[in-house]
Ligand binder design. Structure first.
Ligand code: FES
Ligand code: FES
Length: 168
């Protein structure tokens, strides 16, 4: 490929262009650069958190062409030419998104570590299914692990963001 550069240690580097939160970024990255590291280290978008780095916890969830994915399991090269949305771009304005507002209102954030990933998964869920049942909400955030106090306020917040009654 014409845009592959080999360094003096034999490591391949490649040019990528990724649209992140509406802006295009072109960078030379090592071929094995994970998308989560590209976002955090190259673009300084540290809202996306690294937890397990194994695809188990969901802390690193971002939207890739609108779909929620674990950015610790994807190479930056795999996002070349695609659209990424991170927690920093979840709202188009200076205001919080509805999901973020409801997380605050319902006290759905116990730690700042897993909240961004939860919000990204919830945002993707409501974009695809604007009126989910509580069970669908549970399924929608099932890839996001909270290791402390549980999920009930998170589920309440997502139901409220969908304009529906809060389950008891
Ligand atoms: S850091 Fe990616 S799933 Fe845990
Ligand atoms: S709220 Fe972050 S681990 Fe539970």
């Amino acid at each position: 490929m014409s845009n592959v550069i080999m360094d003096n240690q034999g490591i391949q580097h490649q040019l990528v262009t990724i649209n992140v939160n509406g802006d295009e970024y072109t960078r030379v990255v090592k071929a094995n650069t994970l998308l989560v590291n590209f976002l955090r280290d190259e673009l300084d978008l540290t809202g996306t958190k690294k937890g397990c780095e194994l695809g188990d916890c969901g802390s690193c969830t971002i939207l890739l062409d609108g779909k929620p994915v674990n950015s610790c399991l994807i190479l930056a090269l795999d996002a070349d030419g695609k659209k990424v949305t991170t927690i920093e771009g979840v709202s188009d304005t200076d205001q919080l998104s509805v999901v973020q507002e409801k997380f605050v209102e319902y006290g759905a954030i116990q730690c700042g570590y897993c909240a961004p990933g939860m919000i990204m998964s919830a945002t993707a869920l409501l974009a695809e299914n604007p009126k989910p049942t509580a069970e669908e909400v549970r399924a929608g955030i099932s890839g996001n692990l909270c290791r402390c106090t549980g999920y009930i306020n998170i589920i309440k917040a997502i139901m409220a963001a969908s304009g529906q009654e809060i389950p008891n």
